[in-house]
Write a protein that binds this ligand. Structure first.
Ligand code: SAM
Length: 275
């Protein structure tokens, strides 16, 4: 499902530069889960994490109670009035049932403008068309561990030499789009805290970011690779049609190792503008 900062357009590229070998896959800033759902399930141990508790509750209900969730979504209305009721109930945290909370949050995502969760989208949407997707996601998540932790705790908990972390934090200076998460949202000190945590891990990491001096400077270190690419910017595009958005991938391993092992694979450096 769509989510602010979702990696729908980049999922192919991101999976193509995963390391060749790892035993634990940990998606630290899971969001809409575009990368996890694109990644083929294997024998690796997989973890989905997000600090947004409404989102992780939704995924837990998809994994554990998909029939009840679908049942709760059967007769919801795509109306501004219902949207406001659901939004207020979630803001007041007045819902006791996890399944109803998950159904309300799903409605908010599906019926809000650009999945921004704040204003009613006024767009036709067939809720029933989502039911097969919920069933597919239920099967894909069956062996995935779902966590609701701040990134630092999570990384420390799952770090091993055989761990591979994919991280898609709120981009630098777009943090305000995630202000509902945690007090004060994601701040400059959190970007630095993330860098400090990653620089000390035993495992491998791959990090997505917007291309800016601040991020390049803090990751300017030996054994760290930074590769850049450009795509149409979803956030800016809402206001400035066709805005280009330079992005980077940062890793503590050789991002070419998969390609070198399989030369016919998608090439990081030939993908420009068309994603
Ligand atoms: C750019 S989005 C991830 C998008 C995701 N890759 C996708 O394809 O949908 C960033 C996510 O980080 C989460 N987040 C914000 N602060 C966090 C923190 N301190 N620890 C873990 N997750 C956090 C937000 O809730 C948001 O879902």
């Amino acid at each position: 499902m769509s989510w602010i900062g979702g990696k729908k357009a980049l999922r192919e590229l991101i999976v193509s530069v995963f390391p060749l070998y790892y035993e634990r896959y940990i998606e630290v800033f899971g969001g809409g889960g575009w990368v996890l759902f694109h990644k083929p399930p294997g024998n690796d141990f997989e973890v989905y994490n997000d600090f947004n508790g409404l989102l992780t509750n939704l995924y837990r209900c998809v994994r554990e109670r998909p029939d009840e969730l679908i049942e709760a979504l059967h007769f919801v209305l795509n109306s501004r009035e219902d949207f406001d009721i659901v939004k207020d109930a979630l803001a007041r945290d007045s819902i006791e049932s996890d399944v109803i909370k998950a159904a309300y949050f799903y409605q908010l995502i599906r019926y809000s403008y650009a999945s921004g969760l704040t204003s009613f989208g006024s767009q036709p949407h067939d809720m029933w068309s989502n039911f097969p997707l919920i069933e597919q996601a239920h099967r894909r998540l069956s062996k995935v561990v779902i966590e609701n932790k701040d990134f630092e705790k999570l990384i420390r908990q799952y770090d091993r030499p055989v761990s591979f972390f994919y991280l898609d934090p709120p981009y630098y200076e777009t943090e305000k789009y995630y202000k509902n998460v945690g007090e004060g949202g994601f701040q400059e000190k959190d970007h630095i805290r993330l860098k400090d945590t990653l620089m000390n891990i035993e495992g491998k990491f791959l990090l997505s970011y917007n291309d800016c001096d601040f991020i390049r400077e803090i990751y300017d270190a030996p054994n760290i690779q930074i590769e850049s690419f450009t795509r149409i910017n979803n956030i800016k595009q809402r206001y400035d049609n066709g805005a280009q958005f330079p992005e980077i991938l940062v890793a503590n391993y050789d991002m070419q190792e998969r390609k070198e092992n399989n030369p016919s694979q998608i090439n990081l450096f030939e993908i420009e503008n068309g994603l």
